[in-house]
Design a protein around this ligand. Structure first.
Ligand SMILES: [Zn+2]
Length: 501
C-alpha cells in the first residue's frame, strides 16, 4: 500500500503515540583503517587507499586498530556505558557490491560498550535517552549509480564502486526504544543527535560531518493507538544526513504511518529512504532479521579484553562533556537558560568561548556572534563557524570599542571589512579610515561648520534650552560620517556656546 500524503501531524498525534529508536554511525577519525594500514581519509581519488586486506584478496588477514578500540571505549564511557570485560568481533554476512568480503566485520551479541544513557534537554525539560549498545565495525565502500535521473540504482545504466571507505572504523550507537516523547518526538530525535554529535566532537574521535557522511543516522519509528500497551511495527529510515532531516524524517514517518493505520492498513517492517526535497520517505527493502545475516564469531581476530586499569585511565582522562561545559559557561557568563539555549541552537557557544579566551568580555563576544554575525550567517547560509572571521578578530574589535577607538556603528563596518577579506580589524580601520575622531582640533572645525549651518538650534542652546544640543550633536555625527566621539562633541558644543549642563 502506497500512501502519498500523510495524516496532518496534530491529528496523527491525537490518535497515536510514537516510539522512537535511533541508530547512529560515526566514522572514527583514526589515521588508518580498522583492520589494515590504509589511510582513513575523506576525499582521496577513488580506489587509492586500498590494500589486499580491505579489498579482501585471498589470504589477507585483519589486524584490529587499537586507536579505534580506544576511541570506542571513550565514546562508551562518555555515554555512561558499561565496558565489556571480554568481547568478540562477528561476521555479518550479506552481499553488496561495495563490501568486497561479502561480510562485514562487526559486533553482534558482544558489543564493546552497553547499557548507557545520554541526557538531553527538549523544550526546557530533561529527557534521558537510554543507550542499548555501542559497538565497533568497519564501513563499506561507496557505490555510485550512473546514468539514471535520480542517482539511485533503479534506472541507472551502470554502477561504479570506490573502496577507499571500505574498512574505515565505524562506531554504531544504538538507543533503547524511546517511548513517551509524544508530540515532541521529532524534536527529541534532533536534540539527541545534536548532543551526540557534540559529545563526539568534544572527545575528538570524529569530525562528525553529517554532509560528508562521517555521522549518519537511521531513524526508527513505530506508532501505537493512544492507550495501547503493545508497540507497533517499526520502520527504519536510513542515512538521514542532516540534523534538520532527522526531525523531518520522524515527523513525516509519523504522518505516513498514521494514515496507513487509520485506513485499516498495516505497517511493513522495512527500511525507508528519506528525500530531502519532498521531506518524505519512500519504501526501500524489507528489513532483514538478525538470522538473515548468519552471524558468527570472527575467526581471524582475537577477542578484545580491555584491561580494567586502562579503562579507568580512559575514564579519568575524559574531557569536560558538552552539557557540563554549558552549565559552567552559563554560570560564568551569567546567562539565562533561554540565552544559553539560543546560543546552543546557533552553534555559537564554542565561538563565544574562544572569543572570550582571546580577550573579549563575554557580553560583547555574545552580542557580536548572536547579533551581527548570526544575521550574516542567516543571510548567506554560511554556518557561523565557517564565516571568514576568527574569534581573535572579534575580540580585537571589542577591545577597540572598549578603548573608545570605535563605536558600535564603526565596529560593524570593521566586521564587514574583515568578512569581505580586507584584512585584520586594524587593517580595515586603517584602510577605511574608521577611527573615531575625538581630538579637539578635528572636532572643533566640524562643530564650527555645524553651528554656522544651524544658527537657530545654536541660539536655543545659548538661551538655555540645552535639549536642543542633541540636534547639533546629530549634525556633527552626520558631518563626520559617524566617526565623531559623540560625548566629546557635545561637551565642546556646550563649551563653544558658553553654557554648562
Ligand atoms: Zn587496506
Amino acid at each position: 500500500m502506497t500512501v502519498e500524503t500523510g495524516m496532518p501531524y496534530a491529528e496523527a498525534l491525537d490518535r497515536f503515540e510514537p516510539v522512537l529508536g535511533l541508530e547512529t554511525h560515526v566514522e572514527l577519525g583514526t589515521r588508518s583503517k580498522m583492520f589494515c594500514g590504509c589511510a582513513a581519509v575523506f576525499g582521496a581519488p577513488p580506489n587509492t587507499n586500498v590494500c589486499p586486506t580491505c579489498l579482501a584478496l585471498p589470504g589477507a588477514l585483519p589486524v584490529a586498530n587499537v586507536m579505534a578500540i580506544e576511541s570506542t571505549i571513550r565514546i562508551g564511557l562518555a555515554l555512561n556505558c558499561s565496558i565489556a570485560e571480554w568481547c568478540r568481533f562477528a561476521r555479518k554476512n550479506y552481499f553488496y557490491p561495495d563490501m568486497p568480503k561479502n561480510y562485514q566485520i562487526s559486533q553482534y551479541d558482544e558489543p564493546l560498550c552497553f547499557d548507557g544513557y545520554l541526557d538531553i534537554e527538549v523544550d526546557g525539560k530533561p529527557v534521558r535517552i537510554e543507550i542499548e549498545r555501542v559497538h565497533l565495525e568497519e564501513d563499506t565502500g561507496k557505490s555510485t549509480h550512473m546514468g539514471g535521473a535520480t542517482g539511485r540504482i533503479h534506472g541507472a545504466d551502470y554502477s561504479i564502486v570506490d573502496y577507499n571507505r571500505a574498512g574505515i572504523p565505524l562506531v554504531e550507537i544504538v538507543t533503547k526504544p524511546i517511548p513517551g516523547t509524544d508530540r515532541l518526538a521529532p524534536e527529541v530525535a534532533k536534540a539527541y543527535v545534536t548532543e551526540l554529535r557534540e559529545v563526539m566532537r568534544s572527545l575528538g574521535v570524529s569530525d562528525v560531518r553529517m554532509e560528508e557522511g562521517s555521522l549518519r543516522c537511521d531513524v526508527n519509528v513505530s506508532l501505537m493507538p493512544r492507550g495501547a500497551s503493545e508497540w507497533g511495527t517499526r520502520t527504519e529510515t536510513k542515512n538521514v544526513n542532516s540534523l534538520r532531516s532527522v526531525e523531518r524524517a520522524v515527523r513525516s514517518e509519523i504522518e505516513r504511518q498514521a494514515e496507513v493505520l487509520s485506513g485499516g492498513g498495516r505497517i511493513v517492517q522495512e527500511t525507508r529512504h528519506f528525500h530531502e526535497d519532498t521531506g518524505t520517505t519512500t519504501s526501500g527493502r524489507s528489513k532483514e532479521e538478525a538470522q538473515d545475516y548468519r552471524y558468527f564469531p570472527e575467526p581471524d581476530l582475537l577477542p578484545i579484553a580491555p584491561d580494567r586499569a586502562w579503562v579507568a585511565e580512559l575514564k579519568a582522562a575524559l574531557p569536560e562533556l558538552p552539557s557540563a561545559k554549558r552549565q559552567r559557561l552559563k554560570a560564568e557568563w551569567g546567562l539565562s537558560d533561554l540565552d544559553m539555549q539560543a546560543m546552543h541552537n546557533a552553534d555559537a557557544i564554542d565561538l563565544v568561548e574562544a572569543t572570550v579566551a582571546a580577550g573579549a568580555p563575554a557580553a560583547d563576544a555574545r552580542k557580536w556572534w548572536m547579533g551581527e554575525l548570526a544575521r550574516r550567517s542567516n543571510e548567506t547560509g554560511v554556518a557561523l563557524a565557517d564565516l571568514p572571521i576568527t574569534p581573535a578578530q572579534i575580540a580585537r574589535v571589542t577591545v577597540l570599542v572598549a578603548s573608545g577607538a570605535l563605536n558600535d556603528k564603526l565596529a560593524r563596518e570593521v566586521l564587514e571589512g574583515v568578512l569581505a577579506g580586507e584584512g585584520s580589524p586594524d587593517e580595515v580601520v586603517e584602510k577605511r579610515g574608521l577611527k573615531i575622531v575625538s581630538d579637539d582640533g578635528a572636532l572643533s572645525s566640524i562643530i564650527d561648520e555645524v553651528l554656522a549651518a544651524n544658527a537657530d538650534a545654536a541660539e536655543k542652546v545659548r538661551s538655555g534650552k540645552i535639549a536642543a544640543a542633541g540636534a547639533l550633536v546629530g549634525g556633527v555625527m552626520k558631518a563626520s560620517r559617524g566617526k565623531a566621539d559623540a560625548a566629546r562633541a557635545r561637551a565642546l558644543i556646550l563649551e563653544k556656546l558658553g553654557v554648562s549642563e
